[in-house]
Design a protein around this ligand. Structure first.
Ligand code: FAD
Length: 420
């Protein structure tokens, strides 16, 4: 690495096989770890001044835990995740279990477990493994722009108020759904508000009456809304999320700051009235569960249309991964999962890449990934329509689940994915 300083700017040029990563979320940390394992050095720039415990639960299917195990994170996962034995699809109004997908079968069928985990725990274990592998992580480092040339890629980074230029052979945009780098590289504008809002709460199981505690994944499907809950933190807490088709206040729908949040809060009374409206007609146990939760956080779901081509995954010497490339609605529980799959597939290419052939290798990465990510994005949208079906569609959905059960809920093409 060579460092040159001029008038408060510094220019840092890295040697061969160095990848620069914009964004230190799940996608960025996974990509950094995977790159190190592929024999590259990795430097991550994260705009947040510190990594905090933000977020709530995420689900990880066997397609994802298989990768984490291959990276040597199986034991760490065991410590912090929960291992639900089933996913129960219920009617929101009657509470009837319409179908159950036995999740313990995942180990036998797909060779890896189905887990539920707090986002901060998943992020923490990736961060720790990356630090252990030697990844350089810079916080309070905002990546402002990128400059691509045939021979190198440069990131303009504002760190602690100082402008730096970092140049290397390869870079990764892992800067999330609002990715400034995507906007610069693809020029396809900002994501749109989907009209769906997630209301999230985390509640200690011990604080719940026994009949409301759960170590499984429960999904209550209603009309234009559903509720999902599952254990996190080794089962100590229950993550409860109500996803509702709603409206933001007109001001908020056009207010970027209001949309770019995972953690908005309204007054308790306002939130409860919105939840009450979204879940009208809900069965008594569900009403009790919602009433037992407090400190609700709101997350307006924003997205983009499904990917349309490999160009959205790679441009020259820069790959786009995670939500920057393919924001996911949470209805297939694969947002973090596809970010981790991206990292694993990127590493397959980096493993064989020299500094000179990075653009071709990233093209191969993009070709290998974009259709799968597009398919997952589209399936997540479709799941949302099914979860929120109204009228005759809703009757058909419930009947289908009663008749077909687990067959309708299992997704072999997703969970059984093997990279070539
Ligand atoms: P993100 O997780 O959004 O990470 C992107 C990272 O890039 C962020 O750390 C951001 O600060 C950083 N960044 C953005 N711009 C720049 C820049 N210019 N320079 C440097 N860094 C930049 N999903 C759930 O399913 N449930 C949750 O409860 C949940 N909570 C979340 C809470 C937070 C605070 C965030 C950021 C995401 C959350 N997600 C949650 C989303 C989930 O983590 C992602 O959908 C998925 O993991 C893909 O991750 P990603 O790394 O692509 O994007």
């Amino acid at each position: 690495m060579a460092v040159f300083g001029t008038c408060g700017h510094s220019t840092i040029t890295y040697m061969n096989r160095q990848v620069l990563i914009a964004g230190g979320g799940v996608a960025g940390m996974a990509a950094s770890l995977a790159a190190m394992r592929a024999g590259w050095h990795a430097t991550v720039f994260e705009r947040a001044p510190a990594f905090s415990e933000v977020g709530a639960g995420v689900q990880l299917g066997p397609n994802v835990t298989r990768i984490l195990q291959a990276w040597g994170l199986g034991d760490a996962l065991q410590q912090v995740a929960a291992f639900p034995s089933g996913l129960h699809a219920r009617s929101l109004t009657t509470g009837e279990v319409l179908a159950t997908l036995p999740l313990t079968d995942a180990l036998q069928t797909y060779g890896a477990p189905y887990v539920t985990i707090h986002r901060a725990d998943l992020h923490g274990l990736l961060l720790q493994a990356a630090a252990h592998a030697g990844v350089q992580v810079h916080s309070d480092a905002v990546v402002q722009r990128t400059h691509l040339s045939p021979d190198a890629v440069q990131l303009e980074v504002m760190q602690h108020g100082q402008l730096q230029h970092h140049t290397s052979a390869a870079a990764v945009a892992a800067d999330g759904v609002w990715s400034p780098l995507r906007q610069q590289l693809l020029g396809d504008g900002l994501p749109h508000f989907t009209g769906h809002i997630a209301y999230r709460a985390l509640v200690a199981q011990q604080a719940l009456p026994v009949h409301l505690r759960s170590h499984d994944v429960q999904v209550w499907m209603g009309s234009q809304a559903h509720v999902v809950c599952y254990p996190v933190r080794g089962g100590e807490y229950l993550n409860v999320v109500c996803l509702a088709e709603g409206r933001l206040l007109d001001d908020d729908a056009h207010n970027l700051q209001a949309l770019q949040t995972w953690n908005a809060q309204k007054s308790e009374a306002q939130t409860l009235s919105e939840l009450h409206h979204a879940l009208r007609g809900a069965c008594a146990p569900l009403v009790d569960l919602m009433a037992a939760c407090s400190d609700w956080r709101l997350w307006p779901l924003c997205g983009r249309p499904a990917m349309t081509g490999a160009h959205q995954h790679a441009q020259g010497r820069m790959a786009l991964v995670g939500d920057a490339a393919h924001p996911m609605l949470p209805y297939l529980a694969q947002g973090a999962g596809m970010a981790i799959e991206d990292a694993a597939d990127l590493a397959l290419q980096l493993n064989q890449a020299t500094a000179a052939d990075v653009p071709q290798r990233l093209q191969q990465f993009a070709q290998a990934r974009w259709q799968r990510n597009a398919r997952v994005q589209a399936r997540a949208v479709r799941n949302g329509q099914i979860f929120h079906a109204t009228g005759p569609m809703r009757v058909g959905r419930d009947m289908g689940l009663r008749l077909m059960g687990a067959k309708l809920m299992d997704v072999p093409w997703l969970y059984g994915y093997q990279r070539s």
